[in-house]
Ligand binder design. Structure first.
Ligand code: DAH
Length: 359
């Protein structure tokens, strides 16, 4: 029987044999030698660079196997596919020997790393962080106020005097504008002393109705003590539409504070003065029989609408067309009330023993 390419298959008493009747060509002999050399050599190799050097020497572009393969062009058309097949087999044999050697070396290295380690010993527990108390209060505040239809807004921490003071009806001689109270840059800009500047930023770009909250940091040149930091956190609120009333303001803040501190919390509005609201109030919470001040608020002063209208160049916020309320809450203060924290400095010390209590 003659099969393809001159291979003769013979039925032999012990089975079914295939053999190639012609003697192996010099290329085939060379391939056998290469395979034998490679498989012997690789057993003695350790280390990545030795293996890489081996790979290049046998399998690389100028490697022994490639060079031997080049000899195929001198073979007859009959021999070429047979030798090609062998070439491939040798390549596979060397490649897989190389791979298993690499795996064995990695396994040996891994085994070395764990020698001497007792896996039955208890591990060192790693502490997964917790939300900072101020972040927790902020998350809660945002959730509640979003339910009431407030959207998030933000503005820069480095502000112009105009956004921080003038547009908020705060005259040049107001004590808050004093160099001893406010961090000024040489170019006249400043670190915002409150988040109220975001009210102006928002109205500059967004026509009414506007209903936003703006959480963020504020900065004052205060002496640092148990109740004051020079960088602290506020949340600003602003609602401007055709007919916003004082009742809306009180209802919103009462709902928000009861949702945050519990239904039994009492809320009190005390008349006060802020340049940018008229009338203005301070808001107190009752805690263990004591009233604690936590926010300022009021009805947006028409002078603020006028300042905004001037830069907008339209009458979208004309004081005859819209009314609004605004409020500003101290977030650090809220966190202190919530957890009975007596010193505000704990909030910025990053002491894990303190922070992990709020898990
Ligand atoms: N900006 C004031 C402060 O930092 C708080 C405040 C009071 C904000 C009244 C307001 C407001 O929006 O209407 O002390």
């Amino acid at each position: 029987m003659t099969g393809p390419s001159g291979i003769v298959s013979v039925i032999h008493p012990r089975g079914f044999f295939l053999f190639n009747p012609s003697p192996p060509s010099p290329v085939e002999q060379e391939l056998d030698t290469i395979q034998r050399d490679a498989l012997t050599e690789i057993e003695g190799l350790s280390g990545e660079s030795a293996l890489e050097e081996f790979r290049v020497r046998y399998l690389g572009k100028k490697g022994r196997l490639t060079v031997a393969g080049a000899g195929m062009k001198d073979l007859s058309a009959e021999q070429r596919p047979l030798v090609g097949k062998k070439l491939n087999e040798v390549r596979v044999a060397i490649t897989s020997a190389l791979e298993s050697r690499q795996e064995a070396l990695v396994a040996a290295r891994d085994a070395e790393v764990v020698t001497g380690i007792d896996p039955t010993l208890p591990g060192t527990p790693s502490f997964v962080g917790t939300r900072h108390p101020v972040s927790q209060i902020l998350d809660r505040a945002i959730r509640t106020l979003r339910r009431l239809g407030f959207a998030l807004a933000q503005g820069p921490e480095i502000e112009t005097e105009w956004h921080c003071f003038d547009a908020l009806n705060t005259p040049a001689d107001h004590p808050a504008r004093n160099e001893s109270d406010t961090f000024y840059f040489e170019d006249g800009r400043l670190l915002r002393t409150h988040t109220s500047s975001v009210q102006i930023r928002t109205m500059e770009t967004t026509p009414p109705p506007v209903r936003i909250i703006a959480p963020g940091s504020a900065f004052r040149r205060d002496e640092i003590d148990a109740t004051h930091l020079s960088a602290f956190n506020q949340i600003e609120g602003l609602y401007v539409a055709e007919t916003v009333t004082l009742a809306d303001l009180k209802g919103t803040l009462e709902y928000f504070l009861k949702a945050t501190f519990g239904d039994s919390t009492d809320v009190r509005f005390r008349p006060h003065f802020f340049p940018f609201t008229e009338p203005s109030f301070e808001v107190d919470l009752s805690m263990n029989g004591k009233w604690i001040e936590i926010a300022g608020c009021g009805m947006v002063d028409p002078a603020v609408f006028e300042a905004v209208s001037k830069v907008r160049g339209d009458d979208a916020f004309h004081p005859d067309k819209v009314t609004g309320f605004a409020f500003g809450l101290g977030l650090d203060r809220l966190a202190m009330i919530q957890w009975g924290i007596t010193d505000i400095r704990h909030l910025i010390e990053n002491d894990a023993r303190f922070l992990r209590q709020f898990a």
